[in-house]
Design a protein around this ligand. Sequence first.
Ligand code: FE2
Length: 296
Amino acid sequence: MGKLALAAKITHVPSMYLSEMPGKHHGCRQGAIDGHKEISRRCHEMGVDTIIVFDTHWLVNSAYHINCAGHFSGIYTSNELPHFIRDMTYEYDGNPELGRMIAEEARQMGVRAQSHEISSLKLEYGTLVPMRYMNSDLHFKVISISAFCTVHAFEDSRKLGEAVLRAIEKYDGTVAVLASGSMSHSFIDDQRAEEGMNSYTREFDEQMDRRVVHLWKEGQFREFCKMLPEYAQYCRGEGNMHDTVMLLGLLGWDKYDGKVEFLTELFASSGTGQVNAVFPLSDDAVNEQTAEKIRA
Ligand SMILES: [Fe+2]
C-alpha cells in the first residue's frame, strides 16, 4: 500500500529563476527558493519516490490530462515571459504506472481523465520551476496534471484530487503532491511591471490573501471551502484555483482541519500573492502530538 507523504501549495514564480541570475533581481526570491529546497529535503527524508504536480500553467479546454511520460528532457523558454525564463535545461524521469492508475481511478469516479506518454508533450513551468529547486539531483519521478481548467467544474477537480489519493493508496511507493499556483492572481499592468515586481496590484487581493493565510494557519477549511469559488473568482485565482480544489479534494475537502505550515510566508510577485505552504497530514499531526507530550 502506497503512502502520501507530503502535500503542499507552492509558488512557481519565474522571478525565482531570475533571482539566480546576476543583475538587479539577484536574490529577490531566495525565500521562495529556500521553501522549495526544504520541501525537497523533507521528501528525501520521507522516502518519496514520485512528486505529482497540479500545474496551473497547463491550460486544457477539454478533459483532465496527466502527463506521465517515462522521461522528460529539454531546454525551456517561457512563451509567456521569455525575459524571465529562457534556455532552462531540464531532465527528469516520469512515472507512467502511477499516472495511468490516477486516470483509471478518476474515470471510475466519472471524471473525464486521460493519461499520456507522448514524448513531444512537454512540461509547463508550473512543474519545471519547482522541479528545478526540488529535484536537481533527478531523485524523484515527476507526474504533471493539468490544472488550468477552462471549462471544468470544481466538483470534478475535487474528485480528481480524490482519485489521486486512491491511486497513491494502491501504488507501491511514497508520493508527494504539490498544488503549483498562486493565491490571488491579478497580474500587474504592463506599464507598471517594474514597480509591481514585489507588490500587489490590488489592495483587495492582499487583504483577501492575508485572511486566507489566517484561515489555513488555523485549519479552518470548512469556512475556506465555502468561500473558495468566490475567492477564485474575485481574486482571479491562477487557473481559477483548480490546483487548490484538487489539493483539498485529496485532503478531504472541508473535513480537513490541518494547521498549515508556511515555509515561505505570503509574498507579492508581479501583482500576485504567493506562498510555500505544507498541509500537515494526519500522521504528522499524530507525530506532533507525540512530540508535544514528550516536550511536556
Ligand atoms: Fe504562474
